[in-house]
Design a protein. Structure first.
Length: 399
């Protein structure tokens, strides 16, 4: 149950920030391009240091690392309303983004080691994460709407701290209990070299891309950001411009996560009927299309249906990515394979808002929704062609 509790809190601060950060950027008077820059800056340290974070989690164990990250994450949230400047938002976003993403890497690595790539149990963990994703963004939006920006950011800070506290009570891995060697039995880092990035960690991690299953997961991870990048940046901006409140925006994102939780619980029956690789690609296409059509939908009911369909796609594609990648590598590399996926995930998350913001300056925000969505669907269709022809998608473990 503690694994599910950690997922409940650590998976959703990114979504909660996606509700309040566009609104904060508007409060600061930012243009569409600057809004895109503020949103994208959250991924700078994530893209460059996620693999290092995953290696630290493998080396020292997730419990203490996640607790420390929870405290740091709570502190960063306090700084946003205290420093109401564009430059400060960019800098704090960088730090907060790394803390949040490394916490989520830790939660996924715990699930990978505990559930050993079983899509049913990973689906349940995803459901717990998505239930948190229903309540978290909604509560953050309501806090902003009725109590102001400080309350919105403060709630996210408390949420991140709760994730760290839950992680602190995780039991040690089975190997540790039986006297084996695991990350959680490793001594805490005592010298600066213990926590500095190592080239060997990056080399080992990127070698995983030679495994077809890992390569497929990484490609889908990057391409699904054409939908997630829209949701986490200009989705809230568009809805605010057509008259929706922060609480309603948060509710819509919450609906997506509620649908995602239900879909994730269906992993067992679906994977017995459909190949996991094809289900992964089709679910991701559904998730991208459902957010790209947002400007065509003017009322709450249609928006709720569309975002729920996106949630179904996300609820299926995430546990599939985690299960496929987890099975492809050994238990000693779970943190690094999750970090590799998240590196490409957040690279796409950094690029899409920037590209969409620039496109919105030229062709308008509505057309930018369609253009980014169409690009994502086209790339996923091409990936499906590659997956059909590729051999060895089910094999291999990383050394």
């Amino acid at each position: 149950m503690l694994v599910y509790a950690v997922a409940f809190f650590t998976a959703n601060s990114y979504l909660m920030v996606s509700v309040v950060m566009p609104l904060w950027a508007l409060e600061l008077g930012a243009s569409p391009l600057i809004i895109g820059l503020i949103i994208s800056s959250r991924q700078i340290l994530v893209v460059t240091l996620s693999i290092h974070g995953g290696a630290l989690l493998d080396r020292f164990g997730p419990r203490g690392v996640l607790f420390l990250l929870g405290m740091i994450g709570a502190a960063t949230m306090v700084l946003f309303p205290a420093l109401p400047f564009v430059w400060a938002a960019i800098v704090i976003q960088m730090v907060s983004g790394f803390v949040e993403s490394t916490s989520w890497i830790g939660a996924q690595s715990v699930a990978g080691r505990t559930f050993r790539g079983n899509p049913v149990y990973i689906g349940r963990m995803t459901a717990a994460a998505r239930i948190g994703g229903f309540f978290g963004p909604w509560f953050a939006g309501l806090a902003w709407q009725f109590l102001g920006p400080a309350a919105g950011f403060g709630l996210i800070g408390v949420w991140m701290l709760c994730g760290g506290i839950a992680a602190r009570f995780l039991p040690p891995p089975a190997e540790a209990a039986s006297g084996g060697t695991t990350a959680d039995k490793s001594p805490a880092p005592r010298r600066m070299p213990d926590v500095m990035p190592k080239i060997s960690d990056y080399a080992t991690t990127f070698r995983m891309l030679l495994l077809p299953a890992v390569a497929l997961v990484i490609a889908v991870t990057f391409m699904r950001q054409t939908g997630s990048g829209i949701q986490n940046s200009f989705y809230g901006v568009w809805l605010k411009e057509i008259g929706f409140t922060a609480g309603t925006i948060g509710l819509l994102i919450g609906i997506s996560n509620a649908a995602s939780a239900v879909a994730a619980l269906c992993m067992g029956p679906l994977t017995r009927l459909i190949s996991q690789y094809w289900l992964l690609i089709v679910a991701t296409i559904v998730a991208v299309i459902s957010i790209a059509v947002t400007p065509l939908l003017g009322d709450f009911l249609l928006l709720a249906v569309a975002i729920a369909l996106r949630g179904v796609g996300q609820g299926l594609n995430f546990p599939l990515m985690l299960a496929i990648a987890s099975r492809a590598v050994g238990p000693h590399l779970q943190g690094r394979v999750v970090a590799l996926r998240l590196t490409f995930n957040r690279l796409g998350g950094a690029l899409v808002p920037l590209v969409m913001g620039a496109a919105a300056e030229v062709i308008g925000l509505e057309a930018a929704f369609y253009a980014v969505g169409a690009a994502g669907v086209m790339l996923l269709l091409l990936l499906g062609v590659w997956a059909r022809r590729a051999s060895g998608l089910g094999g291999g473990r990383a050394a």
